[in-house]
Design a protein. Structure first.
Length: 431
């Protein structure tokens, strides 16, 4: 690291060494400040991320294409990009991207739909030459009418909301994909996924086709009002320390959805949705986890905002290589926010703007909803806390299964119902 000579060093006496002050390593507070001279504007987070990409391409005195054949970053490209990114994503934080052996690692990202037919683009839906500010990925699975309402709200909002919309249909059987192709063929890029690859892989497929500076993950059961997305984008423009932000979610009748949570810890698995929560109603873990002291009406930084509408810097998304495919339906947004935090980025919740969310209209259609949730939780705890976390998650799944079996026995349910519960528990242990 080059030193900076103090004022008056040129007048140092002969034979004396001029004092040299070692430059301080730039941190999040220095984002955009070091390169700003007289008459220069303050660089935004997007400018700095773009500069980081250009530095990577020119590193070592030669051109290095960052995207790999899958539209993502190769291992070398991700390593260089982490070193070039300013502020929170400094090289000293790069080690946090690596994960425990046996779990998913960015350098070994699973290819979306590997070994299966690749998703196909609808003819005539190729992207235009101009890069938009915002790309929106809407993942759909059997939510035809809600998806139509969501797209109508985006079209009505106009502006950034209709610049680059990508709909990924996860093999719906209710005609959702045909509806999009018929009504929105000229405005929306449709990706027909031949299989239901789940939430994580489905969103990754859409994000690979995004072209904007910012990427919005938007559930198909949402409705966006005019001006909301401009507020979110403007926030990230003005706050270079933040890697993502999310709006307040409300029900159709205007009731607030208290959807922000703190990162789950080991005590969360013990108390959440188990008999211990009822036996120890005064425990501190459940209020901490659900942020009981937050009214969800004001702006503040949070661990994990609602994933139904999450705006992320697209270059940061590429560094993180998207959502973890192992977390098929649940906990993938929690994991994404945790990895952002590990790199020093902050995540904001903006209570000043809201989006209507018809909660759970898609996930409730899964027959094995509970089993998938427990399997994804176990995978998250294994990735985050190692074998101890995985063991705790499995044990608490068994406790929850025992509770359910006893409840079914008391209600006179047939033996097949109790056997199905234990079958789900065995699946979690085998995962």
């Amino acid at each position: 690291m080059e030193g900076a000579l103090p004022a008056g060093a040129g007048q140092a006496a002969a034979g004396q060494r001029s004092p040299v002050r070692r430059a301080r390593r730039p941190g999040p507070a220095d984002v955009g400040a070091g390169a700003r001279g007289a008459g220069q504007r303050r660089l935004s987070g997007g400018d700095l991320l773009g500069r980081g990409l250009r530095v990577c391409r020119g590193s070592l005195g030669r051109e290095r294409p960052l995207p790999d054949s899958r539209g993502g970053l190769g291992r070398a490209g991700r390593h260089d990009l982490l070193r070039a990114l300013p502020g929170p994503a400094h090289a000293s934080c790069a080690r946090h991207v690596q994960h425990r052996e046996g779990g998913w690692r960015p350098g070994h990202r699973r290819r979306a739909g590997f070994g299966r037919p690749r998703p196909r683009m609808t003819p005539g839906s190729s992207p235009g030459p101009a890069a938009p500010r915002l790309s929106i990925v809407v993942l759909s699975w059997n939510t035809r009418e809600l998806l139509s309402a969501c797209l109508d709200s985006l079209r009505g909002a106009g502006g950034l909301a209709w610049d680059d919309v990508i709909v990924v249909d996860n093999d719906s059987h209710d005609g959702s994909a045909d509806m999009v192709a018929e009504r929105y063929a000229d405005q929306v890029r449709l990706v027909r996924n031949p299989v239901n690859d789940g939430y994580a892989i489905g969103n990754n497929i859409g994000a690979e086709r995004a072209r904007g500076d910012y990427l919005l993950l938007l559930n198909s059961d949402t409705e966006v009002a005019p001006g909301v997305l401009e507020t979110l984008v403007r926030f990230l423009d003005e706050h270079p320390r933040h890697g993502a932000c999310a709006p307040r979610l409300v029900h159709a009748d205007g009731r607030v959805q208290r959807s922000c949570k703190a990162f789950p810890g080991l005590p969360t698995a013990v108390f959440f949705d188990t008999c211990f929560e009822r036996w120890f109603p005064g425990n501190r873990e459940i209020p901490r986890y659900f942020m009981a002291d937050f009214d969800h009406l004001s702006n503040r930084d949070v661990d994990q905002p609602p994933g139904a509408a999450l705006l992320v810097r697209r270059d940061l998304w590429r560094v993180l290589t998207g959502l973890d495919p192992e977390l098929w339906l649940f906990f993938n947004d929690v994991d994404l926010c945790r990895r952002m935090a590990a790199l020093g980025w902050r995540v904001a919740y903006l209570g000043e703007v809201s989006i209507v969310h018809h909660e759970g209209k898609s996930t409730s259609q899964f027959p094995a909803f509970g089993a998938i949730w427990h399997k994804n939780r176990m995978a998250y705890y294994r990735k985050t806390f190692g074998w101890r976390g995985a063991l705790l998650a499995r044990v608490m799944t068994s406790v929850r299964g025992l509770e359910e079996v006893l409840k079914l026995r008391r209600s006179g349910a047939p033996r097949e119902a109790r056997a199905a519960v234990w079958s789900s528990v065995r699946e979690v242990w085998a995962a």
